[in-house]
Design a protein around this ligand. Sequence first.
Ligand code: NAD
Ligand code: WQD
Length: 337
Amino acid sequence: MKVLVTGGTGYIGSHTCVELIESGHEVVIMDNLYNSSAEVLNRIEQITSVRPAFYEADIRDHAAYKKIFNEHHIDAVIHFAGLKAVGESVEKPLEYYDNNIYGTLVLLEEMRNFHVNKIVFSSSATVYGDPKEVPIREDAELHTTNPYGSTKLYIEQIMKDAAHADSDLKVCLLRYFNPIGAHQSGLIGETPNGIPNNLLPYVAQVATGIRDYLRVWGNDYDTVDGTGVRDYIHVVDLAHGHLLALEYLNKCEENVCVFNLGTGNGYSVLQVVQAFERNSGRKVPYQICERRAGDIATCYADTTKARELLGFIAKYDIDDMCRDLWNFASKNPEGIQ
Ligand code: NAD
Ligand code: WQD
C-alpha cells in the first residue's frame, strides 16, 4: 500500500514509517516540523535504506493535500500530526482545537475529494479520563479532563460521524496507552522540547545529567507503592500495531473500529525508575513531591480486543523499553537535530 503518514517525522510516526517500509509499504510523510526535525528522514533512510517522500506542510493547508494526492495514489492515511502537551493545551486551548481538530477536518475533506477512504487515527487512553475500573475496555465510559484530551475525543466523534455519512470511509481509532522506548538502532526516538512532562523522557535526562533529580508526583495513591501506575508500551510494538490496523481495515466489515494499544501490564513510577536504573547502569535520584493536578492513580489496558481482532501482542517488556530508551538517549543527548 501507499500510505500518507501525517506527523511522520515525529516520535511514533517515524517508528511507524520504519515498520511500514520494512513490510514493503510505500510511505509519504507530511509534517510541518513543528515538533520534529528533517534529520529524521536521514535516520529512517539509514535504518531501512529507503528515503520516504516528504512534504513539509501543515495539515490545515488544503493546497498541500492537492499536491500530495495528485502526485501519489494514496491508499490509506495514518494520522499522527497534532499537538500533544497536556499542560500547554490548558494554556492554549484554541491553538490545540485549531491544530488538532481543524487540521483533521481539512484532512478528512481532502481525503473525500480525492477518494482516499481509509484512515488510522492516533487517539489516546486520555479519552477514558479517570477510569471506573481497570483494565480498561474499549467500551468504557469516555470523558476528558483537559483540552488536549478533548481534541482526541472530538476527533473520534468527527471520524465516527464522517464514516456514518460515507459508507466508503473506514476509520480505525487507536487508543495508545503510554508509549516509551526507541528503535533498537538508537537512531530514532523521542526528543522532547524543553523540560519534559512525561516520565521516561524526564528520567532519561536525569540519567544523562541534564536534570538533577526526578520529581515523583505523589506516593499516596492506592497502588502497589503509592506512586501512579501506567501501561507503558514499547514504541516499536505500538508502531507494529498500526500495520495490523491497516490490514484490519482492508478486510473488516465495519466502518469504524476502535482498539486499545497497550501491554495490559501496569508499572508504578518507582518500578519504572528501578527498571531504568537496571538497564542503564545509572542512578536516577528522585524526590517525592505533591500529586500533579489532573493525574490519576492507575491506568492500564484490557488488550483482549486488539489481540483477538488485530492479532496484536506486545513483544517487548519494561526492561526492553528502558534499555532501548537509554541506548537512544545516550547516543543522542541533544535529541535529533
Ligand atoms: P510528536 O510531536 O513527536 O509527533 C507529532 C508530529 O506532528 C510532529 O512531527 C509535528 O511536527 C507534527 N505536527 C504537529 N502539528 C502539525 C500540523 N499542524 N501540520 C503538520 N504536522 C504537524 O508526537 P508523538 O508522540 O509522535 O504523537 C503522535 C500522535 O500520537 C499525536 O497525535 C499524539 O497526540 C498521539 N499520542 C501520543 C502519545 C504519547 O505519549 N506520545 C500518547 C497517545 C497519543
Ligand atoms: C506517568 C506517571 C505521573 C513525570 C500523559 C498524557 C496522556 C498521554 C501520555 C498523549 C504518572 C508520573 C511523570 C514526572 C512523575 N499522552 N510522573 N514525575 O500522565 O500517564 O499520560 O502522556 O495522549 O494523554 O496525559 O504520562 O509520563 O506524564 O506520567 O512522577 O516528572 O509518571 O504522575 O503517574 P500520563 P506521564
